[in-house]
Design a protein around this ligand. Structure first.
Ligand code: THU
Length: 140
């Protein structure tokens, strides 16, 4: 039977993921929890690099973990972010991460939760966050 994961649970997963953030340069720590259509959750954190550009965002870490495990269908992602030791602030994904979402998610239905706690979050769709996005359908 398919397990249902609540928004609150998904946000808690993102908060756990954020604890693994590797951020010696920005000290800005991000956690993401990506929900598959089958009800599994993949966590991701940002991972920085002394070379700066090889750094990876939390959202893409979660997507690449999931896709590399054979997942292709996703319904939601929760994101939490904030400076190390400071309170969480609603933070939207960068443009590169939105484009990665566009590759694997239905823009009209994929939900993006920007959270500062399990109770305090705003909900977006990918379509609203990346209007007129270019995706696989454009090449079909
Ligand atoms: N970052 C993310 O992980 N996700 C976002 O949505 C925005 C930015 C990371 C990248 C970098 O490690 C740090 O936050 C500062 O940009």
């Amino acid at each position: 039977m398919r397990q249902t994961v609540t928004d609150q649970e998904l946000i808690r997963e993102a908060m756990e993921a954020r604890k693994m953030a590797y951020t010696p340069y920005s000290h800005f720590q991000v956690g993401a929890a990506l929900l598959t259509a089958g009800g599994k959750v993949y966590r991701g954190c940002n991972i920085e690099n002394a070379g700066y550009t090889p750094s990876n965002c939390a959202e893409r870490t979660a997507f690449f973990k999931a896709v590399s495990q054979g997942e292709r269908e996703f319904t939601a992602i929760a994101i939490v972010a904030g400076k190390e030791g400071e309170e969480l602030i609603h933070t939207a994904p960068c443009g590169v991460c939105r484009q990665v979402m566009m590759e694997f998610c239905e823009p009209e239905t994929f939900r993006i939760l920007l959270a500062s706690s399990p109770e305090d979050y705003e909900e977006w769709t990918l379509e609203r966050m990346l209007p007129l996005g270019f995706g696989p359908k454009n090449l079909a």
